[in-house]
Design a protein around this ligand. Structure first.
Ligand code: FES
Length: 89
């Protein structure tokens, strides 16, 4: 999905909720949207296997060393409202 400012994001739907992450792996900038969502709530980059917490974007396994940027999101009725980038941590 592309935001109004041109940012590509991936919407992650997990049993624990919905998260909006940048669709860009911090390792080499390749898209995370074709990655696999694990039963443990992580998303794995399909290119070199980095793993991130799907709800927070926190890096769990290299080769990436940085977290994936996350965006605020709120469900309002049938719509998902995507807000600004959330500071890491
Ligand atoms: S681009 Fe994601 S692990 Fe390398």
């Amino acid at each position: 999905m592309t935001l109004a400012d041109g940012t590509e994001v991936v919407i992650v739907v997990c049993p624990s909720g919905i998260a909006v992450l940048a669709d860009e792996c911090p390792h080499q900038g390749l898209p995370l949207s074709s990655g696999a969502l694990g039963a443990d709530g992580s998303i794995e980059c399909p290119f070199h296997g980095a793993r991130f917490n799907a709800m927070t974007g926190a890096c769990l396994r290299g080769p990436a060393t940085d977290d994936v940027p996350r965006y605020a999101s709120t469900i309002v009725g049938p719509s998902l409202h995507i807000g600004p980038r959330v500071a890491p941590g």
